[in-house]
Design a protein around this ligand. Sequence first.
Ligand code: URA
Length: 249
Amino acid sequence: MIAFILNNMRIDKYLGITGCATRAEAKKLIRSGAVTVNGAVVKSSDAKIDPERDKVIFCGNEVIYRRYTYILMNKPEGVVSATEDGRDRTVIDLLPNDIRKTDLFPCGRLDKNTLGLILITDNGELAHKLLAPKSHVEKKYFFKSKFPLTAEAARQFENGLTLEDGYETKPAKIELSGSGDEGVITLVEGKYHQIKRMLDALGNKITYLERISFGPLTLDESLGRGEWRYLTEEEAAALEAHGIKNENK
Ligand code: URA
């Protein structure tokens, strides 16, 4: 089934999937003669290619085919990190129909009211490696809290806290800014409602939470809430390398 789809992919879609350009940009560039397939200029966006065999040059650079899809989304509030949900809209629902594949899923979870970077992929093996507790993949969050954090609270946060269910958090990092009621938290784990529960344990409360990085990926500030783009070739390579590095820990 997958092979069938790949062997018959439209060139504009292929350029989109590989992160070369948006589909609309790709159409324009194809018309302008900026794309060759096996040495011949292709000016029609619906020309079909076989990504595994054909050599595609886009604006002078060879396009590297990746087997998997990687999408970086700026998750808005009120949307759940799931593939389907009976009540709420999911991050997958925010993708246009033509790229929605049944095997795309969010890699990890953000709470319904947490904003920011979420990776969507169809690479289950890599997601498994990146999310495995032993991988310790770093995630950074910008937060705001109800009350300023004292130096003692920050120290406790960094050393590890006991949550209400008895779980001992791993050492984390907190960089305070403003008047101490906002800053950046770095975690190497991802327990349910972890940051909210850590602040609760300190008698404080999270009022705003936005993920700004996940492993080697950082939130693309040019993406509005609910917007997405494919990972660039460099980002996809860094992510795959991160999975392999962490697997060997
Ligand atoms: N910690 C939380 O409490 N919520 C998130 O969405 C992510 C980390």
